[in-house]
Design a protein around this ligand. Structure first.
Ligand SMILES: [Zn+2]
Length: 266
């Protein structure tokens, strides 16, 4: 049983503020300890649930947030920047399940901690085949293309709801109830870790009950950007990359990975 964990920071217990997820601040120094501890809880749960190999990708910002000495030695870790076009280095045919740990709700979600989709600065709204999604949807679609289902999503109440609405019977671990973009009714870190560990174990134990999230072609991605200057910098061609209005570009094609790659990496 091979398990892949994508780890983001905004949905970790104890984290609500922008400073906590921004390198170079005293708040960040503390938050990265919360991050690795909760990710390790997911790793521990995955092994308890029956995993024989666990690969974790540090997917927040530059991809270098885990203090190396704290990383669970049973897992393998993807850190640093990943080449454009790759989303899950180390994921392959033998991968059984994807766990999304520390995720956040899509851009524009009301009352959600640190809601955004890919970039708060440049992306306002993302749609895949007519359905608005966030990073849970994007990663579920990428993994679904590889035949790998999502078994667990952890974060605030809004991302857990978003995950259930999109993926149905997925395991969730709600480590905070969001009050707004910068505030939450929070569990203590130790309580968050317990929830995440138990949920990861449950997800891996029932890995075979999840179905990959498969997007049927033709694939149409629409992104509304935050400003016209961002779209001015995109080389639209009227066929695969179509500027629909000042701030919106549509990306089209038959291959999901190719279309998402165009949208994410140009
Ligand atoms: Zn992040």
């Amino acid at each position: 049983m091979q398990v892949y964990i994508m780890a983001d920071m905004e949905g970790i217990g104890g984290i609500v503020l922008r400073e906590q997820v921004t390198k170079g601040t005293p708040e960040y120094a503390e938050a990265r300890e919360l991050f690795i501890a909760e990710v390790n809880a997911a790793v521990a749960g995955a092994f308890e649930g029956g995993a024989t190999r666990v690969i974790v990708r540090d997917a927040h910002g530059s991809g270098w947030n885990f203090p190396p000495e704290k990383m669970d030695p049973r897992a393998e870790w993807v850190q640093g920047s990943v080449p454009a076009g790759q989303r899950f280095p180390g994921m392959g045919e033998e991968t059984d399940l994807l766990l999304l740990v520390g995720y956040h709700a899509m851009a524009g979600t009301a009352g959600a901690v640190r809601d955004h989709t890919m970039s708060s600065l440049t992306w306002q709204r993302f749609e895949l085949n007519g359905r608005e999604m966030g990073e849970v949807g994007i990663d579920a679609a990428f993994a679904g293309y590889l035949g790998v289902p999502v078994g667990l999503v952890t974060g605030d109440d809004k991302v857990c709801r978003e995950a259930r609405e999109l993926l149905g019977d997925v395991e969730t671990a709600q480590v905070k109830e969001a009050l707004g973009r910068h505030g939450a009714l929070m569990l203590a870190p130790a309580a968050s870790r317990k929830l995440v560990r138990e949920a990861a174990a449950r997800a891996v134990a029932r890995a075979h009950s999840f179905t990959p999230f498969v997007v049927e072609p033709p694939v149409v991605v629409r992104i509304r950007y935050t400003g016209t200057e961002i779209v001015d910098a995109i080389r639209t061609d009227g066929r695969q990359k179509i500027r629909l209005d000042g701030q919106t570009v549509e990306y089209r094609g038959d291959d999901l990975w190719e279309v998402l790659s165009m949208a994410l990496w140009g």
